[in-house]
Design a binder for this molecule. Structure first.
Ligand SMILES: [Ca+2]
Ligand SMILES: [Ca+2]
Length: 223
């Protein structure tokens, strides 16, 4: 009889342990203000990402919205500070990167790139032509001066990376960065080099277990 009572108590305890819950975190750099030059929207990057991106073109634009030909925009995100529990980014959730951009008038936009990394150089990149083509379902496959778009890429389902023309090169045909970003907790974003950037955002949905109760506190609860 005592065994049955104990089993019933254990069942109650197991039912009381919280199940994993989904958490959504958002990191945003720059403000979605339609490229307004008002205010200062600074970007920041780790030294390693800065070094990588500095090999792509003439110089860096350290603020969003400002449009300077032959300059890149770069940003390093740390997913732990986006609110992911304990910095754990290895869950089964997805990481989505949103980029609001506009091709500069009178510039060479067709060789502009979106580049991603995970703390130790570039790991993936495609031209904005490719993203424009996907966004328009093939209707427009050229990223042109004056084009404005909000591109969204999912790190577990990326368009295959193209050949890299830069010294800080990435491998071809990469279609996922979820594991790499999960391992490092860092997501680096770069955009070259005749394209204005309004803002960047990273949304992170993860199955993050809620903090379990200790066995000691359970014994107190069910004593
Ligand atoms: Ca260019
Ligand atoms: Ca902005």
């Amino acid at each position: 009889m005592a065994v049955h009572v104990w089993r019933a108590c254990l069942g109650a305890v197991l039912l009381a342990v919280p199940l994993p819950a989904f958490a959504t975190s958002l990191c945003q750099a720059g403000a979605p203000d339609d490229f307004s030059p008002a205010g200062v929207e600074t970007t920041s990057a780790t030294p390693r990402w800065e070094t990588c991106m500095s090999n792509t073109t003439a110089g860096v634009r350290a603020e969003f919205d400002g449009c300077v030909i032959d300059h890149y925009v770069r940003q390093s995100f740390f997913l732990g500070s986006c609110g992911a529990a304990d910095g754990d980014t290895t869950g089964s959730g997805t990481i989505v990167v949103t980029v609001r951009v506009r091709g500069m008038a009178g510039s060479a936009t067709t060789n502009d790139y979106l580049i991603l990394g995970a703390g130790n150089g570039a790991l993936w990149g495609v031209t904005l032509n490719t993203l424009q083509c996907l966004r328009t379902n093939g209707a427009d496959c050229t990223w042109s001066p004056g084009d404005t778009a909000t591109f969204t890429v999912r790190l577990n389902d990326l368009p295959p990376s193209s050949a890299s023309p830069f010294i800080c090169a990435w491998p071809q045909l990469v279609t996922t960065l979820t594991a790499a970003v999960g391992d490092s907790g860092e997501l680096d974003v770069g955009i070259t080099d005749d394209t204005c950037v309004d803002y960047l955002a990273v949304r992170y949905d993860a199955a993050v277990p809620t903090r379990p109760r200790s066995w000691g506190s359970l014994k107190v609860l069910y004593h």
